[in-house]
Each structure stands twice: as structure tokens, then as C-alpha cells.
Design a protein around this ligand. Structure first.
Ligand code: MIC
Ligand code: SF4
Length: 645
């Protein structure tokens, strides 16, 4: 039977289950990646699994998030990550080598492989025809230990691309258009597969921008075929041998469809505070801008920075604008230094940052109060920039550069300049000297743990009676940045759950951790698409540490739901959404016979305060039920493998 590309890669890696959308399947993982902010936990979890060497074809540990080093914590984490990588067979990409996804595309991703990464933008490698999925650190730890990755067989949404982008219209505008169509929950339970004659006109890094920001759709992943463009890119990276042609079979089917004529697109912008709040740049109007930031894994490739440098050459950034530039990798940085584009960026007034996530995750460069910041990034959630009342707009590098020159949001076509398309080089500058290979004599490596690295908190078995109060009620589209904020102050505590738990829900309700500690246990009630955004399992681990037993919502985002299961928190969904309105913060809820109830499809909850009863559903697989009963995936794995944790 004719298969689409997603089905082909899944069937090549299937170890359990049937490929029927919605049913649980397990797939073999070829490659893993971690970054430092999620990696410390992932490697502590890997250690707890007692496997001496990773079982994957390739595992890479990157350091790109926590690079400010405003205190000993980040540096301690880096040292821990470097030593544990050496010991267990993991490649270590040193701080300075670049953002994990950009470097992975450049140096490691391969068509047809599966990649599991402890970061939600892992799908960036899907630009190369790799099935690249973001997950919580524990899932990645299990994959490193040789376990398969369990997921629901996704539906495949085919996006048929026709036409060719007009001058000044960018790949970023393609994904913004998809977000405008599908919204931040439109991709849940789906893989977004691009096909059609429009694909050939997009370079590899163009495709990688599109699959990267597919994370904002809530999709399992996004993928492009592997074709001549892919071959050309791999050749320029000195990796022609990694190329295989790969695409959907003629006559294959997609579960859902969307068509985009590239030639009809215009420069677009996602307005605050959601990546799907998309309008044309012309429609948003010339809002005054205090900051422009170019970088992040979405748009910091060689062609992105060359586009910006070409636009800024010989000009000066507007007096009211602070322009920051973070090259995506050491390779990009080196090449723009070698060809002089870096000098053009500096001369124009660009503030050059290191190759890291930086302002994207609130690691410096927070905008001024109440001001507008225009960024080539992928997320504009409230407060994520580090300034609570700032407004972040997401655009292409072209629109960002035009805006930096005029001081107001500007459609690059309005500058009246001649368009010069930047093409990818025939040969990238190659030097992997910042990637350290695993140790040849692992027994001699000593893992170094600084005082910031605290032991893993482990949950207890599911109780048969869960009786607690609703300690927080929140609305729709709650992001993991709300639940477990990032930023320069909180991120250094990622390897210290007791300390980081003090910041849970700090953006919404600073009293929440205190209430949890006083109560000792509790529930959270939320709306639709709860937990969208990042893969950070801290958004589940820290609430678990604070005593949260169940989260009851209208619907969940994929990775966060799995992270809740992995730490043993019940993820419940109202069968009748209107019940949400009838629950107030502070209400006492009671679940009885929890273990027996879990065996079925529904869990009955009594609202003791209101003297009512309502039904929740959970859609848990048998395996997930066992994980919840055991108090999380680590306990479950221990019970099933005899490992002592
Ligand atoms: C993000 O972009 O939100 C992050 C920071 O990269 C997260 C990972 C994390 O919180 O460490 C992600 O996307 O998963
Ligand atoms: Fe880093 Fe931002 Fe990309 Fe997350 S989205 S990996 S913080 S650059």
C-alpha cells in the first residue's frame, strides 16, 4: 500500500502496536539530543536506569540554554554534563558550539532516522527528512538506555506546497501562515508532512525553519522529503554519504489536507502573546519598536544572518532600537566572520551575542517596560522575554532587519531595495573541534557534581483515595512558561527541583508554591491546550514535588501530558467541559477507589464543597495506567527491570 513519508519512517522503526491513528505505538530511536536546561535531569534519570553506555546510534548533549553563568550554577551543570557524557558514550557539544537544533541539522541529522530530543524544537531536523520528536527528559533517558519511545500513532496532515516565495517573503512566513490556519492546538496528535512542487524551491535551512516552528502547532513533528536540496546541503556539510532519497509514495493518502501557494504569501507577524496570533505586517501597522532580536533556533542559520547583514550593510540601526544578533552555531559565526558580514552587522550597530538561545529564553536582553520587541524567534508568550509587560512580535529575519532600520514594524518590501536572495554556500566551514567524543576509558572518568545538582525527587505509588483542594484554577492555552518559568533567574535551578519549585506559576500566582506546601497535596484545574510550548519536564516534576496529585483540564498539549504521566500525576479531562465553570479555586475534590477506577476509561470526581459529582476521562493506555499506578516512569521501569533506583 502506498505510504506517506511519516508512515514509512514509523513502519521502519515500529516495535509495538498498530499504525492506526490514536492507538499507542512504540518506535525505536536512532539518535537522541539533550540540551543543558533539560539535560541535567535527563542524565540523572539515565544514571538511575543503571545502563553503562547509551544504546542509540548517536546521542549528543548540547550546552546552549544556560550560558549566562551569573553564579556557579550553570558552570557546575556544564561540568556535570561533560563528565557524564564522557562516561556513558555521549558526544558533548561544548558551550559556544551553538544551539542544539541548528548544530544537529548541520552535523548529525540524517534522512530516514528517528531522533528524540529533550527540547520541543527537536522537529527542526525534520527539515532533513528525519522523524524528529520533542519529549521530556525521562523519555529521552529511556531511549538512551535502549527503550523504545511510546506515542499515539499520529494522523498525518499533508501540506501541499505550490508556487515559489516572492522576493522579501521568507520561510518564516510559511510557518506563520500555517499557524494562522491551524492555531497553536491545530497540530495536536498530528505529524505535519510537506509535499508538492513548491518543496523543491525551499533550501534545507528554509525547510528547517518551517519544521522548527511546527512545534508551535502542538504537532508531534513536521517533516520534509529528502531530495536533491538535501543532498546538496549534506554535501556542503561534508556529509554526502549520509544522504538517502526519501519521500512519500505516489498515490499515498493523508488524514488531513492543507494547500499553500507560496507565491501568494506576504510578510506576516505573530502579535503578542501567541505564535498563532498572525496577521500581515501591513495589517499590524507601523508600531514603534524598542528592540529587534535576530537569532534563536528558528532563524539563526547562515542564510538568515547573511540576509540581515546584506540589508544592514552600510546603514545604521534606528536610534530607538537595540538590535541583538545571536548566530545559531559556531559554524555560522565563523563563516560570517570569515566573509565580512559580521563586520557589517557590527558597523550597523548590532549587539553581537554568543551562539546560544540567549534572549529567546529570557537569558539577557530583556526589553524595556511596556515596549515592543520584534524577534525572529518562535515564541512570544507573555513574560518569556524577561519583561512581564513587554510585547513580543515574531517575524522573519527580513522583516526584523527592516524594522531595525526604521524603528517601527516594517514590511521589508516597503524599503524599496533590490532583493538579493542569499544562497547556501557550496562548502560550509567544517571544524567539529567543539564536539568532544565519549571517553575511550569510561571507567576512569569521574562524574563531577556541584552543589547545585540535587537528587531526583521520586513520587510515591498512586493512592487509593485522593482528597485535596483545587489549589489553582487557570484558563485556556496555559504554557509551560506559565507553569515553570524560564529566564536568567530561574533557569540556573533546573538541576535543583526543591529550589526551582518555589517559582511554579510565579507569572500567574506567586502564592501558589506556599499554598501547596501548606496543604501538602492538591489539584490544578485548567482549560484547553494545557501545557503547550516547551518539553520541560520541570513543569511536571516541580508540581509533583509540591504535592499536586491530578491536573483536570479541558484538553492537554502532548508533551506536557506525557511528562505528567511520567512523574505520576493523573492527567484528567472533563467529559463535559461546562463542569469547568462550576469548579472554583479552593473547592475540595475527592476521588475514591482510584486504582480500580483507573482500570476503566473514566474517573468519577466528587466536588465535596459544591456537593456535586462529575466525570473525567483520561485516554491512558494500559502501559500509561501502570506508570501512573507505580508513581511514575522511573518507578515503573524499576519494577519491570529489577533496577534499583
Ligand atoms: C523553549 O524554547 O521553551 C525551551 C527552553 O527550549 C524548552 C526547553 C526547556 O524548557 O528547557 C523547549 O522548547 O522544550
Ligand atoms: Fe533555545 Fe529558543 Fe530554540 Fe528553545 S526556542 S531551543 S530557547 S533558541
Amino acid at each position: 500500500m502506498a505510504k506517506n513519508l511519516t508512515q514509512k519512517i514509523i513502519s521502519n522503526h515500529l516495535v509495538e502496536g498498530e499504525m492506526i491513528p490514536g492507538q499507542e505505538i512504540a518506535i525505536r530511536i536512532d539518535q537522541t539530543l539533550t540540551q543543558d536546561a533539560t539535560g541535567t535531569m535527563a542524565y540523572l534519570q539515565f544514571e538511575a536506569l543503571n545502563i553503562s553506555r547509551v544504546q542509540t546510534e548517536l546521542s549528543v548533549s548540547y550546552v546552549d540554554h544556560n550560558t549566562l553563568q551569573n553564579g556557579f550554577e550553570n558552570a557546575d551543570d556544564h561540568r556535570f554534563l561533560q563528565t557524564i557524557a564522557a562516561k556513558h558514550g555521549i558526544y558533548f557539544s561544548r558551550p559556544g558550539n551553538g544551539i542544539c537544533h541548528q548544530v544537529h541539522v548541520e552535523r548529525f541529522a540524517k534522512p530516514g532516522k528517528t531522533l528524540l530530543g529533550s527540547d520541543s524544537h527537536t522537529p527542526m531536523s525534520g527539515g532533513m527528512g528525519c522523524l524528529a520528536i520533542g519529549a521530556g527528559g525521562l523519555d529521552v533517558a529511556v531511549a538512551m538506555a535502549g527503550g523504545p519511545y511510546y506515542l499515539k500513532m499520529p494522523k498525518v496532515l499533508g501540506i501541499h506546497l505550490t508556487g515559489k516565495l516572492q522576493p522579501w517573503v521568507a520561510p518564516k512566513d510559511v510557518i506563520l501562515e500555517v499557524l494562522r490556519n491551524l492555531t497553536v492546538k491545530g497540530g495536536v496528535g498530528k505529524v505535519i508532512e510537506y509535499y508538492g512542487e513548491g518543496v523543491a524551491s525551499l533550501s534545507l535551512t528554509d525547510r528547517a525553519t518551517i519544521t522548527n516552528m511546527g512545534a508551535e502547532l502542538g504537532a508531534t513533528t513536521s517533516i520534509f522529503p529528502s531530495d536533491e536540496m538535501t543532498k546538496q546541503y549534506l554535501k556542503a556539510q561534508g556529509r554526502e554519504g549520509d544522504w538517502t532519497p526519501l519521500g512519500a509514495d505516489e498515490g499515498c493518502e493523508y488524514d488531513e489536507h492543507l494547500s499553500i501557494d507560496l507565491s501568494e504569501l506576504e510578510p506576516l507577524v505573530a502579535r503578542p502573546h501567541s505564535p498563532d496570533n498572525v496577521v500581515k505586517v501591513h495589517e499590524a501597522g507601523p508600531i514603534p519598536v524598542s528592540q529587534v532580536a535576530v537569532g534563536s533556533c528558528t532563524n539563526s542559520s547562515f542564510s538568515d544572518l547573511m540576509t540581515v547583514a546584506t540589508l544592514l550593510k552600510g546603514k545604521t540601526v534606528h536610534p530607538n532600537v537595540s538590535l541583538s544578533i545571536s548566530p545559531g552555531s559556531k559554524q555560522v559565526f565563523t563563516m560570517i566572520a570569515q566573509n565580512g558580514a559580521l563586520a557589517d552587522l557590527i558597523a550597523a550597530g548590532g549587539r553581537i551575542l554568543e551562539s546560544a538561545c540567549g534572549p529567546c529564553i529570557g537569558m539577557g536582553m530583556s526589553p524595556s517596560s511596556g515596549s515592543n520587541s520584534v524577534r525572529s524567534f518562535n515564541r512570544n508568550f507573555e513574560g518569556r522575554s524577561g519583561t512581564k509587560d513587554a510585547n513580543v512580535y515574531l517575524v522573519s529575519p527580513e522583516t526584523a532587519a527592516a524594522t531595525a532600520l526604521t524603528g517601527k514594524l516594517t514590511d521589508p518590501r516597503d524599503l524599496g531595495l533590490t532583493y538579493e536572495k542569499v544562497s547556501l554556500p557550496e562548502q560550509f566551514t567544517l571544524d567539529d573541534n567543539m564536539v568532544i567524543e565519549p571517553a575511550k576509558n569510561p571507567e576512569e572518568v569521574e562524574i563531577v557534581r556541584g552543589p547545585n545538582i540535587k537528587p531526583l525527587p521520586i513520587n510515591t505509588k498512586l493512592a487509593d483515595v485522593v482528597n485535596a483542594n483545587v489549589l489553582l484554577k487557570v484558563g485556556d492555552n496555559i504554557t509551560t512558561d506559565h507553569i515553570m518559568p524560564a529566564g536568567a533567574k530561574v533557569l540556573p535551578l533546573r538541576s535543583n527541583i526543591p529550589a526551582i519549585s518555589e517559582y511554579v506559576y510565579a507569572v500567574i500566582d506567586q502564592e501558589f508554591p506556599k499554598r501547596c506546601k501548606e496543604a501538602g497535596k492538591g489539584f490544578i484545574v485548567g482549560g484547553a491546550n494545557y501545557g503547550q510550548g516547551s518539553s520541560r519536564e520541570h513543569a511536571a516534576l516541580a508540581p509533583m514535588y509540591l504535592g499536586i496529585k491530578a491536573v483536570i483540564v479541558k484538553s492537554f498539549a502532548r508533551i506536557h501530558r506525557q511528562n505528567l504521566i511520567n512523574v505520576g500525576i493523573l492527567p484528567l479531562v472533563f467529559r463535559d467541559e461546562s463542569v469547568y465553570e462550576q469548579i472554583a479555586q479552593g473547592d475540595e475534590l475527592l476521588i475514591e477507589n482510584t486504582v480500580n477506577q483507573l482500570a476503566g476509561d473514566e474517573i468519577i470526581v466528587r466536588n465535596v464543597t459544591k456537593d456535586t459529582v462529575f466525570t473525567t476521562v483520561h485516554d491512558l493506555s494500559d502501559r500509561q495506567k501502570e506508570i501512573i499506578k507505580a508513581g511514575g516512569l522511573l518507578n515503573f521501569t524499576k519494577m519491570n527491570s529489577g533496577v534499583t533506583i
